[in-house]
Design a binder for this molecule. Structure first.
Ligand SMILES: [Zn+2]
Length: 297
């Protein structure tokens, strides 16, 4: 049996797991982190120490927000909220602390997508497109056992396709990016535009029935997500389209309306299955470990 450690760096902490070659998590741990780059590296390195057992480990896969130079293991553009994370060579920093371990670093949405291809909603499909709806919108494109990373590692940045020309300013510098509307932060902003008040994404979903502004917000979210899905489908026409991330926890409220809106908008009658991701909380850990265990290139 082969084993690897998968690390999932999120907005408020680091999660990690020791994963076997069947994708089973043997041991998992998480830790809160500061938002300073070197301290985050230290927290990841410590978590690796704590996850190690007597079992032999093939290596460590790390999923990080942002655009990642997969070969170098380096962060190219901002994603997440760690200070000084742009330019950070995660691979080199971790190799310096753990010289006997092999490291592979990838974008967090790619890791979540890999987990779905390996064991989840994408299993058995040759091509797939996946989106992760968290605070933003992460994208993943997969074709014949390969992640499509692009010439500059910026492919599958589906959250930064433009949904509204000259719309809301995005942290990436563009205006009207899809993730400024479809994603937790976008949802909160839409609610604020309608009501003049602040609610968290979770509160908006929870008050869907009692608060008319929440209802309007969710309806707009559904319509925007369907529109974006039409563009994604027309661009790549994957065998399957997978929707994951924290916003899926409230999908009982909006999923059927989303599928209906998509059907109304799309020009083609050939059916692309749109499915929910199977792994939500652990997708990042398992997918990061699969960078090592499955040798995807
Ligand atoms: Zn953007």
């Amino acid at each position: 049996m082969k084993y690897a450690i998968g690390i999932d760096l999120g907005g408020t902490g680091v999660k990690g797991g020791l994963v076997d070659e069947n994708g089973k998590i043997i041991k998992s741990l998480s830790t809160k982190t500061s938002k300073v780059n070197k301290e985050v590296i230290r927290a990841i390195a410590d978590l690796i120490n704590d996850l190690k057992t007597d079992l032999p480990i093939e290596g460590v896969g790390v999923g990080s927000p942002g655009t990642i130079d997969y070969k170098e293991g380096k962060v190219l553009t901002i994603g997440g909220n760690v200070e000084g994370w742009i330019g950070m060579n995660i691979k080199k920093e971790l190799e310096a602390i753990h010289p006997n371990l092999k490291f592979k670093i990838d974008n967090d949405a790619n890791c979540a997508g890999l987990c779905e291809m390996w064991l989840g909603a994408g299993k058995g499909y040759d091509s797939a497109l996946a989106i992760t709806l968290g605070t933003g919108l992460g994208g993943f494109i997969f074709y014949k056992d390969h992640i499509i990373r692009g010439a500059r590692y910026r492919a599958s940045e589906l959250g930064h396709t433009i949904l509204y020309p000259n719309g809301r300013l995005c942290a990436c510098g563009q205006r009207g990016c899809t993730e400024r509307y479809v994603g937790g932060t976008g949802l909160e902003e839409t609610y604020f535009e309608f009501s003049g008040q602040r609610k968290s994404g979770f509160e908006i979903m929870e008050s869907f029935k009692s608060d008319p502004y929440a209802k309007m917000t969710v309806e707009k979210f559904v319509d925007d997500l369907a529109t974006a899905t039409v563009s994604f489908k027309n661009f790549f026409d994957p065998e399957v389209f997978i929707v994951g991330g924290g916003v899926i926890n409230s999908s009982h409220i909006w999923w059927d309306d989303y599928l209906r809106a998509y059907q109304e908008k799309i020009n083609s009658f050939d059916q692309m299955p749109i499915v929910k991701a199977k792994f939500l909380n652990n997708a990042g850990i398992i997918g990061a470990a699969s960078l090592i265990l499955n040798e995807y290139e």
